[in-house]
Design a protein around this ligand. Structure first.
Ligand code: ZN
Length: 284
C-alpha cells in the first residue's frame, strides 16, 4: 500500500495515510514536482474512505528547508496543469504577471486547498521547518515536533515580508510574529510549544510513534464529525481575518518581489539557498 511519486512517499497504516516528503539530500526542499505530488497524495488520502487522518512527515534529518531555490531539480520555469485555481500558465508570461500566477497556484492556492482537506492532518516535524516548510506545517491541523525541530521565516532578509502563505499573526500572535519576522532567527520547538504553535514536543526517537498514536486516537472519532469540527475552527480563523489578511499580505509579498526585480538582479534580492544559509549561520 506504499507508493513513491516525485519525491513524495505515500503509505496507509490502518486508518492513517502517511505522506512523507522524500528529498532528504535537499532537506526536502519543495519544488513544483513535489508540490503536485503532495497534492496527489492528499487527494488520494481524502478520496480513500478507509483513511480518517493524514500525517505529513519529512524523510531524513529535516522536515523541510522551504521552497526549492537551489537544487538541481528546481523547476520554477516548468509548466504544470493548474489545480489549485484557474490562473493562467506562468511560463507564457513575464515579470510580475508570471510570478503572481505561479505563486497563486503552487504556494498560496495549494496551501489553502490543503488546509481545507476534510480530514484532520498532523505535521510531524524534526530539524528544519523553514520558510516554505512552515507553510506545509501550518496547513496541518496539529503539529508534533521533536526537540531538535526549529522554525524560521528568514525571507525578510530578501526584503520580502514573510512567505506566501502569510499565517504568522494567527499561528504565533502578532507580537511574537513580528519578532519571528524581524529577526529571522530560529524558534526552538520548546518556544513554539510555549507560544501555542505546536501541540507536542517529544524526543527525536519518539516523534514517529507519538504522531501515530495521536493520529490513531483521532481516527476513532467519526469522520464527518471530524470534518465539521475542522471546518468550524477554520471558519473561526477566517473570521479572525486569516483569509483576507493573507490576501493583503500576498499583495505586499508580490510588491516586494517586483521591487527586488526592478532595483536588483532578481525577485529574491540576489539570495539563494547557499547565501540564505550562510547569513543564518552568521546570526546564530
Ligand atoms: Zn514569493
Amino acid at each position: 500500500m506504499a507508493a513513491e511519486h516525485a519525491g513524495v512517499h505515500y503509505e496507509r497504516r490502518k486508518q492513517v495515510a502517511v505522506v512523507t516528503m522524500n528529498r532528504p539530500d535537499y532537506r526536502n526542499a519543495q519544488n513544483s514536482a513535489m508540490t503536485y505530488a503532495l497534492d496527489d497524495a492528499f487527494y488520494r488520502a481524502c478520496e480513500d474512505d478507509e483513511v480518517k487522518v493524514i500525517v505529513l512527515a519529512g524523510a531524513g534529518k529535516h522536515f523541510s528547508a522551504g521552497h526549492d531555490i537551489g537544487s538541481p531539480e528546481r523547476d520554477v520555469d516548468v509548466s504544470f496543469p493548474r489545480r489549485a485555481g484557474l490562473w493562467w500558465d506562468h511560463t507564457r508570461h513575464r515579470g510580475g504577471e508570471s510570478r503572481f500566477a505561479r505563486e497563486q497556484e503552487v504556494y498560496l492556492g495549494m496551501c489553502r486547498r490543503w488546509r481545507e482537506m476534510p480530514k484532520p492532518a498532523i505535521a510531524s516535524v524534526q530539524g528544519a521547518c523553514v520558510a516554505g516548510g512552515l507553510m506545509l506545517a501550518w496547513v496541518c491541523d496539529l503539529i508534533v515536533a521533536s526537540e531538535d525541530a526549529f522554525f524560521a521565516d528568514p525571507v525578510v532578509r530578501m526584503g520580502i515580508p514573510g512567505v506566501e502563505y502569510f499565517a504568522h499573526p494567527w499561528m504565533l500572535g502578532p507580537r511574537i510574529a513580528k519578532e519571528f519576522l524581524f529577526t529571522g532567527k530560529r524558534m526552538s520547538a520548546q518556544r513554539a510549544y510555549e507560544v501555542g504553535m505546536v501541540n507536542r514536543v517529544v524526543p527525536r526517537d519518539e516523534l514517529a510513534d507519538t504522531t501515530m498514536t495521536l493520529a490513531d486516537e483521532i481516527a476513532e472519532m467519526p469522520g464527518f464529525g471530524l470534518a465539521l469540527a475542522k471546518k468550524a475552527i477554520n471558519q473561526a480563523e477566517d473570521l479572525m481575518g486569516l483569509h483576507s489578511g493573507m490576501d493583503s499580505a500576498f499583495g505586499l509579498h508580490h510588491f516586494a518581489h517586483a521591487h527586488n526585480a526592478e532595483v536588483g538582479e532578481d525577485s529574491l534580492s540576489g539570495m539563494d539557498a547557499r547565501s540564505m544559509k550562510q547569513a543564518a549561520q552568521e546570526r546564530e
